[in-house]
Design a protein around this ligand. Structure first.
Ligand SMILES: O=P(O)(O)OC[C@H]1O[C@](O)(COP(=O)(O)O)[C@@H](O)[C@@H]1O
Ligand SMILES: [Mg+2]
Ligand SMILES: [Mg+2]
Length: 359
């Protein structure tokens, strides 16, 4: 028997619920039943986080976690917001009982957590950034949740950090949920990237774009320009040429946007194209970069590649980086394919010239 087609061709906005979409993906053999249910659990948790975020000042959820004078700090050394902690707790609680995980790991937790055997257990590993862009939450600018799903290695029942250290190419699903003017879940299970908007009246995520496609070319870049003087030479050269516009070697003018919530910047790029970059700079060089490989760069790279874009460290394909730590940081360039290739070209050219000068 052939599986019924999921409504709508690529790029269409024919709507169905996330639940129906996933059931039809399962019938078509593109997702297994456990992964389908795991994604449903994550989506339900995102709905709860969306409600918490939406309460704002009325709900007492804004501001720093901890007590005055003793703000709580995560493993990254970053002050936690109340909503960082709330979102983390929502995802932990929902997924611990979900029955499809062997372990989970979060930006807000020092180490991964195997699912204790009092809970139902499964074969997947879930990593998440519970609240991305949390410095924006107190000023009512979009924030989000980012997640990545890996398989637990065969024979491992109590996974430790080392079992999560798989390259991005091993991801079986990835997504983010952006809490902005509307709440949108963007998902891939390796067969395209699809967007679902939360219908608050019926409480369901509805398919609003099947098969998102990132335009190959762009005239828009996203970077924190205040770091310019700290960048390395290839990044200095790349951005200088973008800023030169029609008077420079690129021969066209570029616009710039920077929300400082990766979810919001990536959502714009998935929607209308662009390049997102957080390069190495003198401030973050010792740590390897600013953004985290396992629960920021890799899931976003999977989504972007599935939408026809590209993702790189500037020197290598992001999803082929072999991770060495749960909270490892990396430089990031992702978005419109031709523009990412242009940025990578500046880095490779610089490295060739440097090697030739030494040799
Ligand atoms: O403030 P900066 O240096 O521009 O950094 C912004 C970046 O930091 C992040 O906010 C980090 O995410 P968290 O809020 O999860 O720590 C990214 O979302 C964003 O791209
Ligand atoms: Mg983040
Ligand atoms: Mg975060």
């Amino acid at each position: 028997m052939t599986a019924p087609a999921t409504p709508g061709p690529a790029g269409s906005t024919t709507s169905c619920s996330l639940t129906r979409f996933l059931i039809e993906e399962q019938r078509a053999g593109r997702v297994g039943p456990d992964l389908r249910l795991l994604i449903e659990v994550v989506a339900r948790a995102c709905k709860s986080i969306s409600i918490a975020v939406g309460k704002g000042a009325l709900g007492g959820v804004l501001g720093d976690a901890g007590t005055p004078g003793a703000a709580s700090v995560n493993i990254q050394g970053e002050a936690q917001k109340k909503l960082d902690v709330i979102a983390n707790d929502v995802l932990l609680e929902a997924n611990a009982w979900g029955g499809h995980l062997a372990g989970l790991a979060s930006e807000e937790m020092d180490h991964s957590m195997p699912i204790p055997d009092v809970y139902p257990r499964g074969n997947y590993l879930l990593l998440f950034d519970p609240l991305d862009g949390s410095s924006n939450i107190d000023v009512n600018i979009s924030v989000g949740t980012i997640f990545s799903v890996l398989r637990c290695p065969e024979g491992v029942t109590t996974p430790g950090d080392e079992h999560f250290l798989q390259p991005g190419t091993a991801q079986v699903a990835a997504g983010y949920c952006t809490y902005g003017p509307n709440t949108t879940l963007v998902l891939t299970v390796g067969h395209g990237t699809h967007a679902f908007t939360l219908d608050r009246e019926i409480g369901s995520f509805m398919l609003t774009t099947r098969g998102m496609r990132i335009p190959e070319e762009t005239r828009e870049f996203a970077v924190n320009m205040s770091n310019q003087r700290h960048w390395q030479p290839p990044m200095q050269a790349y951005i200088a040429d973008l800023l030169a516009g029609t008077t420079g070697p690129r021969g066209k003018d570029f616009n710039m946007r920077w929300v400082a919530s990766m979810v919001a910047d990536v959502h714009r790029i998935l929607t209308r194209g662009g390049i997102f970059s957080y390069p190495l700079d003198a401030k973050c060089e010792a740590k390897g970069g600013k953004l985290r490989l396992m629960y920021e760069a890799n899931p976003m790279s999977f989504l972007v590649e599935q939408a026809g874009g590209a993702a790189s460290t500037g020197r290598a394909r992001m999803m082929e980086v072999q991770p060495s730590g749960l909270h490892q940081r990396v430089p990031v360039f992702l978005g419109s394919r031709a523009e990412v290739e242009a940025a990578v070209g500046y880095h490779l050219e610089h490295d060739r010239a440097a090697a030739a000068a030494v040799g």
